[in-house]
Structures are given as C-alpha cells and as structure tokens.
Write a protein that binds this ligand. Structure first.
Ligand code: IMP
Length: 185
C-alpha cells in the first residue's frame, strides 16, 4: 500500500516513512500546495486542507498541521508556528523566553488521512519545555529548542528516537490504531 504525504517539508516525510515501514506502507512525497485557513484550530486547518486536496482528485494521502504551544507566551506561536519560524525563528523564540521561569510547552500534531475512501483524523501531543539555547543539528523547525525529557532536544535524537515520544509519533500511533479497527492494516 502507498500513501502520499502532502507537504513541503521533507523532514515530515522522513518521520512518516520511519513510522509506517514496519506495516509495509510506502510513503510517497507529493508537493501540492493547499490553503492553510486562518483559524486557531489545527483540526480545522486539516479538515479544509483535505477538502481542497480531494477536489483536485487526489486520494490516499496524509496531511498534517502542527504547532508549538508555549504556556508562558499564552500558547504562542501555536497555529502561527510556520509564520513565527520563518520570521523570528528559534533565536526569536529564545529571546521572547529570556528570563521566563516557566518554560513548559507542548507540540501538537493533527493528522488527516484519506485512505480507501475513508477519513481518519487524529491529534497527538508531546509535553515538554523550551531549552535555554539551540541544541543539535538533526530534525527541523523548532526541534533544536524543544526537549521532552529536559535533557536532549529533538534535534539531538535520531528520527526513530524522536518518533517514540513526539507529537507526530503519538498521532501516528493513534492513526495506526484507527486503521487496525477498520481492517485497513
Ligand atoms: P506545519 O505543520 O508544517 O504548518 O508546521 C508549522 C511549523 O511548526 C513549521 O515551522 C514547522 O517547521 C514546525 N514544526 C512542525 N512539526 C515540527 C516538529 O516535529 N519539530 C519541530 N518543528 C515542527
């Protein structure tokens, strides 16, 4: 079985490949831009994105919308994570966190999967905190400044290790459970 991963981010494709290989599901990277509606809700972005992609006749695909939610910044960057990453970047986030005592944060990932004519939507969360500086060269996006265990950043872990604890890894496990319930895998 093949699933298209619709994203401009090769890092996400690597993570999906790693998570699905044991089920014999092959991931195919597809660049197909779709509108990300302005809303405070990851699920709504994914629902609208799936509608738009289906209208283009594409089937059997995965999209995800993710964000980093920092408690002391009242959930910022949250649904604006892509914009904040492009503009102020990790250094800008670290600056905003200067002198902040409570550094707790969480990543969320909402996956929408179109498979065999069915829609499955799941959301995974990973609790953690913002580090004092950037650490590591792996991963992508906010990985160098996020730690789930207070020791290593996600950018310091191999993909396989990040997937064990990450928001996307947790969402994938929920997705696979749903696929099993529906006898898809
Ligand atoms: P989107 O889901 O591609 O819209 O992601 C929003 C922003 O969050 C982008 O800047 C991504 O680089 C970042 N992001 C999404 N997932 C992750 C992750 O697993 N680690 C680090 N940054 C992420």
């Amino acid at each position: 079985m093949k699933l298209k991963v619709i994203t401009s981010n090769p890092g996400k494709v690597r993570e999906y490949q790693d998570s699905f290989s044991h089920l014999g599901i092959e991931m195919e990277h597809l660049h197909l831009p779709y509108d990300e509606v302005q809303t405070s809700d990851l699920e709504e972005v994914v629902t609208k994105g799936m509608e738009e992609i289906r209208k283009k006749g594409v089937r059997d695909f995965i999209i995800d919308d993710s964000g980093l939610f920092i408690d002391d910044l009242k959930g910022f960057p949250g649904v604006w994570s892509a914009y904040a990453q492009k503009t102020i970047g990790n250094k800008g986030i670290l600056k905003l966190m200067d002198g902040v005592g409570n550094r707790s944060a969480r990543f969320k990932c909402c996956i929408g999967c179109d498979i065999n004519g069915e829609t499955i939507m799941v959301t995974g969360v990973c609790e953690g905190s913002i580090m004092d500086a950037e650490h590591g060269n792996g991963g992508f996006g906010y990985d160098p400044i996020f730690t789930y265990d207070g020791k290593l950043s996600f950018a310091e872990m191999p993909t396989e290790e990040k997937n064990k604890f990450s928001h996307r890894g947790n969402a994938v496990r929920l997705l696979i459970d749903e696929m099993k319930k529906r006898n898809i895998v």
